[in-house]
Ligand binder design. Sequence first.
Ligand code: PLP
Length: 382
Amino acid sequence: MKRRIPYGRQHISEEDIAAVSKALTADFLTQGPNGVEFEKQFAEYIGCKYAVAVANGTAALHLCALALGVNEKSSVITTPITFTASANCIRFCGGEVDFADIDPDTILLSIEAVRKKLALAPKGTYEGIIPVNFAGYPVDMEAYRKLADEYGCWIIEDSCHSPGGYFTDSNGVQQNCGNGAFADLAIFSFHPVKHIACGEGGMITTNNEKLFKKIQELRSHGITKDPDVMHENHGGWYYEMHDLGYNYRFTDFQAALGISQLSRADKNLKRRKAIAKKYDAAFKGTEFEVILPKAGIGHAYHLYVIQVDDRKKLYDHLRALNILVQIHYIPVNTQPYYKTRGDFPTPNAQQYYARCLSLPMYPTLTDEEQDWVIEQVKGFRG
Ligand SMILES: *Cc1c(COP(=O)(O)O)cnc(C)c1O
């Protein structure tokens, strides 16, 4: 088998194509009824009050940072094992990023490492925390809320990897990633490798009405047409610009695709879990270390990561076979851009980076393809 097997990929169905075609001949190409409907259905799926669709996940992060008032005086803590955008959103607003180390058992931002940073710094040093549900493993947001409240911090939950994931809170209640119960704001991405593919796209979810309205305004130039909040009203044409916003709008035909994709989200998540289960069983007791979710965790399996010595050789071997494995991620704090901004020792993240490899994980991966991938991984001897 020499067919290309990527680590992740989108699936576009006949229904998706029909939905986009229909949207293309409708009255609104951007900011139309499909966008509103997608926001409504996405909020229902996640279990939050409000959702705002935007141009991409990075724009979603930027708008969150803006709405929370991040500026040149801000300092924010995030994880090194994430996509660079989780940190960059703070830099967009002039703030500084600090990186705390990961927990090697979950590869998530270590709450103990964050607690230590908060406790050692003068009170008020940090404004916010950005935990990431890395690979689809949900962060215990209840614990982060408690910690954040002790230090007056806000929380942006980067949920790009985890639509449909959940953790179980101290009352035994399943809390969906991004549901707004604990984090101030959460964000999702609709990039093709993510669970819901729209080409480009993003969503901000929250239960905070004030932040919701602010983000809606910032998405479209900081302009409002709401008579209740305008300072003046000269007539039907009138609008007011209240803040320096952006054009981060989401097109209506992408929203049509999003609605159609969302209708398959549960089915696709089930398939991701089945693929993970098969990998778990295949690598049990081998040199290939896997992350098994703890009790009460609903893993969303955006990625399936193994850790192994001789990772580079295995990477080259699988790539040569057209199995397009990937590395998630190069620690963000070691990127040349961030290295010039500070010294962020994160030994656990470094250790993880040296050994990690993401295997193919997407709903349309066939059993036959997965068997072949497993065979090639297990058969490899550095
Ligand atoms: C994909 C991703 C983003 C950025 O989303 P885009 O839609 O590509 O801008 C941010 N954070 C994480 C963790 C991601 O995986």
